[in-house]
Design a protein around this ligand. Structure first.
Ligand code: PEP
Length: 252
């Protein structure tokens, strides 16, 4: 069975002290309230180990925001799946639209990153989503389908049940504009049907599909109550424990 998940992507925010404070506050809230959803936070990579040490892994898991597409060697600045694994990190975001845009990450690079993660048994949160002009041209289904197939077709079949997908329409990220629950459900159901047709019902039913794009405490409950929305990938609202905890608590 797939999990309900609320993941916070902290991006390139927070000083070390602020990050420790936020992790501590969230950990205190989660250990007290025992949320039904799985809670994940993705701080900047240099804080991963310190944060991993202060949270209770039964309630708050720590993820990387990215991983290298290479195994090891002369790749200055990159962080490998093996290095993440060596400090106990078992989840990583891949293919975020900011990396696709600013670091020119292609589907082929993202497929290599997924392979690196699967090789170390690290759960990938694969981000997909269309740009505004693609939605306006009604190409969003085609864009999302090709992002998924290009990333997943090269993978070994047995790894596909370990995947999490985040549908994040680029026009909704950090803009305050959220996809309506109906728009989000429509494309989440489509993603699950693509998984079903291409990789079978076990993959389709086991894959948690998260929605990302201006999720906040007022819209989380309605979004998460949709049949094919299994949680959220949250940017801005994950930086305040009051907001993030309310979003997590949208799963009763
Ligand atoms: C994100 O970047 O993954 C995201 C969803 O950001 P925000 O919640 O700020 O729109």
């Amino acid at each position: 069975m797939r999990n309900n998940i609320v993941a916070g992507n902290w991006k390139m925010n927070l000083t070390f002290e602020q990050a420790l404070q936020l992790a501590n506050d969230l950990n205190a809230w989660a250990t007290e309230n025992k949320p039904t959803a799985k809670v994940i936070i993705a701080p900047t990579s240099i804080y991963l180990q310190a944060i991993q040490e202060i949270v209770d892994g039964d309630f708050v898991q720590v993820a990387s925001q990215d991983v290298s597409n290479s195994e090891k060697g002369a790749y200055t600045g990159d962080i490998s799946a093996e290095q993440l694994d060596s400090i106990g990190i078992n989840c990583a975001i891949v293919g975020h639209s900011e990396r696709r845009e600013y670091q020119q990450e292609t589907d082929a690079i993202i497929a290599q990153k997924l392979e690196q993660l699967f090789n170390k048994d690290i759960t990938p949160i694969l981000c997909v989503g269309e740009k505004l002009e693609e939605r306006q041209a009604e190409k969003h289904f085609d864009v999302v389908k090709s992002q998924i197939l290009n990333a997943l077709n090269p993978q070994k079949a047995e790894n596909l049940t370990k995947l999490v997908i985040a549908y994040e329409p680029v026009w909704a990220i950090g803009t305050g504009v959220t996809a309506s629950p109906e728009q989000a459900q429509e494309i989440h159901a489509f993603i699950r049907s693509v998984l079903n047709e291409t990789y079978g019902s076990e993959v389709a039913e086991n894959t948690s599909i998260l929605y990302g794009g201006s999720v906040n405490p007022s819209n989380a409950e309605e979004l998460f109550s949709q049949k094919d929305i299994d949680g959220g990938l949250v940017g801005g609202a994950s930086l305040k424990v009051e907001d993030f905890s309310q979003i997590i608590a949208a799963f009763k």
